[in-house]
Design a protein around this ligand. Sequence first.
Ligand code: PGA
Length: 260
Amino acid sequence: MPVKRRPLVVANWKMNGTIEESSGLAREIASQVIADKGLVDCDVLICPPAYLLNVIWEAIQDSGIFLGGQDCHPAVHGAYTGDHSAEMLSDAGCQYVILGHSERRNGYGESDNLICKKVLAAFRALLVPIICVGETESERNSGRASNIVEKQLINSLPKTLKSSSAVIAYEPVWAIGSGRTPTLDEISHMHAFIRATIKQYFPSESENIRLLYGGSVNEINSATLRGIDDVDGVLVGGASLSAKSFLPITQVFASDKRRL
Ligand code: PGA
């Protein structure tokens, strides 16, 4: 009997949006999610820039939509200018935090080791980390995509990983914001590989952990992505910045009765 995993559709707004634009967008998404109840039977998560957390928290009240951060510091508090802790995200109403996004790995030199510490910080604050992994284009072209992803998984996942308290997102770096995606076979192969790697290191967690795909997801390709067995949801950047393009993606995953 196949394991049913509840779909998760994540809006990663990155560094976009004013207070007015973002609260309007969140309200639009929230009212449609409320109207779709019964149809929209999947978890929907919005990860706004940190300065908007409070505004978005208010906008999504009573909608069932989750709130998440885009990063956190490993420490609880201290002299870390510009950072915020997992506890602060939790205090702001977050249930999730994206960690190890390639824009942080590449833009800020974040190592697997640092990401592992951040994952532990998320566990400490009872946040669910969404741990991102993915290869660059040259790594894929040189046939090393699986090796790179395996190394990222082994080194960024703490030994205390539990499927109920973590999510993995496969995001090939070259697919992010580019309008290009791997073939369905490539995504299917990589997700099966990720699940098999998790099984090797965390045998009791592998069937239940949710694996997301991210990188140029839109309302058209989401229907095909949904059909891949090991894809339990999506991490959406550009297409999450408008309700018109984001809501159809939530509806595609919500209607996937195989997973509920
Ligand atoms: P994209 O971004 O959907 O704009 O490609 C995805 C991400 O970086 O999480």
